[in-house]
Design a protein around this ligand. Sequence first.
Ligand code: ATP
Length: 362
Amino acid sequence: MAHTKLDTVTKVFTEDDGSEIIAVDEVSIDIDDGEFLVLVGPSGCGKSTTLRMIAGLESITSGTISLDDRVINNIPAKDRDIAMVFQSYALYPHMTVRENMSFGLEESTDMGDDEIRTRVEETAEMMGIERLLERKPGELSGGQQQRVALGRSIVRDPAVFLMDEPLSNLDAKLRSSMRTELQRIQDELGVTTVYVTHDQTEAMTMGDRIAILDGGVLQQVATPLECYHRPENQFVAGFIGDPSMNFFDMRLEGERLAGEGFEYPLSSDITGKLDDSPVVLGIRPEDIELIDGTGGDHEYAAEVLVVEPMGNENNVHLRIGDTRFIATVNGMRRITEGETVTIRLPEKAIHVFDRETGEALH
Ligand code: ATP
């Protein structure tokens, strides 16, 4: 176990033509001992580069990475006591599962054969692969290979575990069961883990905290629920949640926000936080209520454009004037395309962002 700290870590790649790419831009994260931290963000946001710098597979342009207060910037990967699991498993095809798992211990420790055998067998049991020990990777399914790859890292008992999209080659069902299993194992071992994914569901369900990156810049580090309920900016608000939060371009006029085709009255505790700069009003599809009758504040008549049945819920595409948005409503409710429904956008559920900076104002 180890407390892992990234302090203003930056990575700049220089292309052949001399141009520079800032892949990671002054990222600072304090990862607690035993924490499961998920690094999440869209393709190209710098997740893998961050992980590779922690692993020692990529040099650090500036800033420091430390393990338990020891700066590891210049320590070679093999001496960092960190294990990394890749999306591609990276198993040795000519070795059996047992040999794949034993190899690292034989190479980098002075453990005896008996101790290695015991540790490999205990780990194999933990991973549910004890009956596969004498097989070669080519004789295993994708899910089994991934278990072996994880087992091979776990058996080394590292201080920090790094995983780069380890489940992305598995089918949806297997991915979901491996998610639960990985959490169980991490909990059991209590090993500090940094897990990279572009999948926000994985981030929301697995992380003690999630660190959201965009364009190499850290947007927020917080628990999944904090990111969901109190996003610090519009990027985080739009990235977390499926379907995404609805956004409306608006501007404060007196006691209300005015936008394209509709207005939204605000109480004074919100107007007090705003000036007359352009803002974005945000509301999650699941916070929009379908109601009977009309007339109250925050209630609107909306035309139903498309209904997407999801089983217990429907995603309903709606329109007020030229403004389009999505509401997620109970699947039992019968709604037909073309009809007009009444919706409420409750004030307690709204978010307001600065349109220029994206910063959350409320
Ligand atoms: P993905 O989810 O697609 O793997 P990512 O979030 O892991 O993306 P990185 O692989 O860390 O993103 O890449 C961050 C940025 O750095 C991208 O713009 C990428 O093109 C660039 N980059 C990564 N590795 C190199 C390299 N070796 N040389 C030049 N640029 C690179």
